[in-house]
Design a protein around this ligand. Structure first.
Ligand code: SOE
Length: 391
């Protein structure tokens, strides 16, 4: 039985989600031979870093990323930092021969994403980007049903990724509102998820038309880990917001399907409404993260008078990530639902198996370059106005 010794960079929201996922693997995926070892937690500030490492069960801490990637007792570097350092870290990790797992979006630009892809492929290391929603059981079920032709030829993709955490003008500036750190706003943070799912479920995207807006152009500075934001702002001064608050896009897929997408942090009442619907010649599928265990399915072949969207609760042993050889269920018996954290556990499980096999699980860095190409086309279309071809 091997070990996969992990060096995790970052210990905020995604750092916690990834740490929990590694810890849960032996519990829910006992069949995975290589056990993840929470070896080193890396961050900038020694005191909060030490507290996080103790709380989450990391063996050691490191404030020097270069020292981390130089260690010969680390097999996997997991990057959960803000977006502007993803690629620099991924390249250094790959060049040091480490497998690389990186939070979305992979990069700040298409050119940068390609550099990351080149580095991991040249180094021959396993690489993956954490688009966790693919591995919500109901979403993976949608993928199976689409691939099995259950809804036939696809005509439409329709997605909405709606949050509301910035609609208050007094909500302070954070790194996700700063272009120099995040690269973009709702576009790279939320639409990236929808684009990844659209590419996976429907296929390549040929061209886009897009518009976006920054509704609130300056915000109060924040303390804490975002204290650097607005550091230059004097007392009472505000921090400029230079990323999009909301984005809408029209999409034409290479296979002829039509798509509409939107993502915003200004949809009061929607906390994390990651929704998509796919319409095909034989039926439709519909998913909403706020009802994560359910996939809605409309079958055109249902008898007249009995047609309607049915709700599949994706908690049976036959559903993706829910069954194991015995009848107890991977997590729980049927009907005992799972949550947001399980999308990360499932993702990390596939990553570890990929490392065991020497095969990069999707979405790989190459897949993420395609997402980055659509993001960049959206940015260009919003600036230029009109349709832009996806590189
Ligand atoms: C904030 O919008 C955020 O944490 C995103 O960064 C994540 O990718 C998304 O899964 C939840 O919301």
């Amino acid at each position: 039985m091997g070990e996969i010794r992990v060096g995790l960079v970052g210990y905020a929201f995604m750092g916690r989600a990834h740490s929990n996922a590694y810890r849960q693997i032996p519990f829910y995926f006992p069949e995975i031979e290589s056990k993840p070892v929470l070896k080193v937690l890396c961050g900038r500030s020694p005191e909060p870093l030490a507290q996080a490492a103790a709380a989450m069960g990391w063996e050691e801490t490191e404030t020097d990323f270069e020292a981390l990637v130089a260690r010969d007792d680390i097999d996997l570097i997991d990057i959960t930092t803000p977006n502007n350092v993803h690629v620099a870290m991924a390249i250094k990790a790959a060049q040091a021969g480490k497998h690389v797992f990186c939070e979305k979006p992979l990069a700040m630009s298409l050119a940068e994403a390609k550099q990351a892809q080149e580095a991991v492929e040249a180094a021959g290391v396993v690489n993956m980007v954490c688009h966790n929603y693919r591995r919500a059981p109901a979403v993976s079920l949608a993928k199976q049903m689409i691939d099995d032709g259950i809804i036939g030829e696809i005509y439409h993709w329709r997605s909405q990724y709606l949050q509301d955490w910035l609609v208050d003008p007094q909500a302070p500036a954070v790194w996700r509102t700063q272009k120099a750190i995040a690269g973009s706003g709702a576009l790279g943070d939320l639409l990236a998820h929808s684009i990844d799912l659209a590419l996976w479920l429907v296929g390549d995207i040929d061209r886009v038309c897009c518009d976006m807006e920054t509704f609130i152009k300056e915000r109060p500075p924040l303390g804490g880990i975002d204290a650097t934001l607005g550091a230059s702002a004097g007392a009472g001064e505000k921090v400029k917001v230079d990323v999009d608050d909301g984005v809408v896009a029209l999409v034409r897929f290479a296979n002829g399907a039509l798509g509409t997408m939107e993502a915003t942090r200004f949809a009061p009442g929607h906390r994390n409404y990651n929704f998509f619907e796919v319409n095909g010649s034989r039926g439709s599928l519909r998913f909403n993260l706020e009802r994560m265990n359910e996939l809605e399915y409309y079958n055109c072949a249902d008898p007249d008078g009995q047609q309607g969207f049915r709700v599949i609760q994706a908690t049976e042993n036959v559903h993706p990530f829910m069954g194991v050889p015995d009848d107890g269920g991977r997590y729980w018996p049927p009907g005992h639902i799972v949550g947001y954290e399980h999308t990360f556990i499932n993702t990390v499980a596939d990553l570890l198996v990929g490392i065991e096999k020497g095969e990069s699980p999707a979405p790989t860095f190459a897949d993420a370059v395609k997402t980055q190409a659509v993001l960049e086309a959206c940015q260009n279309a919003a600036e230029a106005g009109g349709w832009v071809q996806v590189e």
